[in-house]
Design a binder for this molecule. Structure first.
Ligand SMILES: Cc1ncc(COP(=O)(O)O)c(C=O)c1O
Length: 414
């Protein structure tokens, strides 16, 4: 389904025809999220990130509850991404040591392990957050890292990657070009690539990255249980290459099978590769051409991760493509909450799902989608605030100066 309205959506014809996805079962084998969490628990500074309810906003929009897993302070890196990169590095180190069982973090950082492994350099391409996570985790385990960013990456993001101990290299191109360059240099120098996106023959590490994100989800399930909620009814997840969305949607599919929550994958309209893939509808991932020039830096990816795509093709219900002002609106609503709701710091990529939810609930042009998703006063929506203020200049430009305003004709409820 498409319309002339700038927020566009497509239903996935395949979703819910799959009762239990084999791809998901392979990604989340029994016990994996407990194993992942027991690794993260040992990282210096680990604590459970908050799950924040927005009851006043939910009531205003005609919903039962809005729950925000707030990753804006995760391990002081201001993004969930650290969970994936750190777990993938841990798995790589384990396989280099030829060890199957879990290794305590203290042992991992010991001189003995260092001696056995020698010098390892980890390389990653990033639009900011993944690279910072890899740099932080590599340096916590006393390894070197080289991080590749694209030419549109802001100085603030580059500086914060470098401050985690990495050498940062700037590639004259997009995120997808940075991925290619990181691979070429790694091959030439014998480095180990830690990528959140996959390609043929390179699937284990991206799968470990996706498994790594499950810590956020097992925490969420405990926090929801504390509120008397067995599961969310709806998942709204933002996507770049799709690894986060596949992890969130796959995790719930593995837990609840055909009774899993209804899910919406949200992308910028200038980098909507997953939306395009479902639009083409042949079951294959497709690229999105262009310079991917969106304010949602973390979502500016033109090529889906094939491993993530397989999960989304099996399980995601709806794909949404949004203009930048949807994210900007989400940031402002998080930052200036209704009375009784908590204040949340959310960056462009973090806030787009709240903006999208508001458009769906408020705009008559999206009534058909609202009905299809059965969004009403019984709905309990889970959102992930996937980043905090990761780019302070852009953050102030939007939240203080009102950049990227919602066009007059699309403001609020009609
Ligand atoms: C803040 C933030 N949110 C969401 C995403 C999307 O993750 P993925 O590329 O796995 O779809 C990213 C990716 O870098 C990100 O940085």
């Amino acid at each position: 389904m498409t319309s002339a309205f700038p927020v566009k959506w497509r239903a996935n014809p395949r979703a819910h025809a799959v009762r239990l996805s084999e791809t998901v079962s392979a990604m989340f084998p029994p016990g994996i999220s407990r194993q992942v969490r027991s690794f993260h628990r040992q990282l210096p500074g680990y604590k459970i990130s908050p799950l924040k309810g927005l009851p006043t906003l939910a009531a205003m929009l005609g919903l039962g509850g809005i729950w925000v897993k707030d990753e804006s302070q995760r391990l002081a890196l201001r993004s969930f991404k650290i969970l994936g990169g750190s777990y993938a590095i841990y798995q790589v180190v384990k396989s280099m040591l030829g060890v199957e069982q879990e290794i305590p973090f203290a042992e991992l950082t010991s001189d003995d392990v260092r001696r056995k492994l020698g010098d390892i350099t980890f390389a990653a391409a990033t639009d900011g957050n993944h690279g910072r996570g890899v740099a932080w985790a590599a340096s916590a385990m006393h390894f070197r890292s080289v991080i590749y960013v694209h030419k549109f990456t802001s100085q603030a993001r580059i500086d914060s990657i470098a401050s985690c101990g990495a050498e940062v290299r700037i590639v004259d191109g997009t995120y997808d070009d940075a991925v290619l360059q990181a691979n070429a240099d790694a091959q030439a120098n014998g480095w180990q690539v830690i990528s959140d996106t996959s390609w043929e023959g390179y699937e284990d590490i991206p799968r470990w990255v996706m498994q790594g994100y499950s810590t956020m989800l097992s925490e969420t399930q405990e926090q929801l249980a504390g509120q008397g909620i067995v599961k969310p009814t709806h998942l709204f997840v933002q996507a770049g290459v799709g690894a986060l969305a596949a992890s969130v949607i796959g995790f719930y599919h593995q837990l609840f099978g055909e009774n899993d929550p209804l899910s919406v994958v949200v992308e910028p309209d200038k980098a909507a590769c997953l939306y395009r893939s479902v639009e083409i509808g042949d079951g294959q991932p497709h690229s999105f051409a262009g310079d991917l020039d969106t304010i949602m830096a973390g979502l500016a990816c033109g090529d889906p991760s094939p491993v993530a795509w397989k999960v989304l093709w099996d399980c995601a219900d709806v794909f949404l493509s949004c203009p930048d002002y949807v994210a900007a609106k989400g940031m402002r609503v998080y930052g200036v909450p209704l009375s009784g709701d908590p204040f949340i710091v959310s960056g462009e990529s973090g806030a787009v799902t709240l903006g999208a939810l508001m458009f769906i609930m408020e705009r008559p042009e999206l009534a058909e989608l609202r009905e299809k998703l059965q969004l009403d006063r019984t709905s309990q929506i889970l959102l992930v605030n996937s980043e905090g203020n990761t780019d302070p200049n852009h953050f102030r430009r939007i939240v203080w100066d009102g950049a990227d305003p919602v066009p007059h004709e699309y403001r609020g409820a009609k």
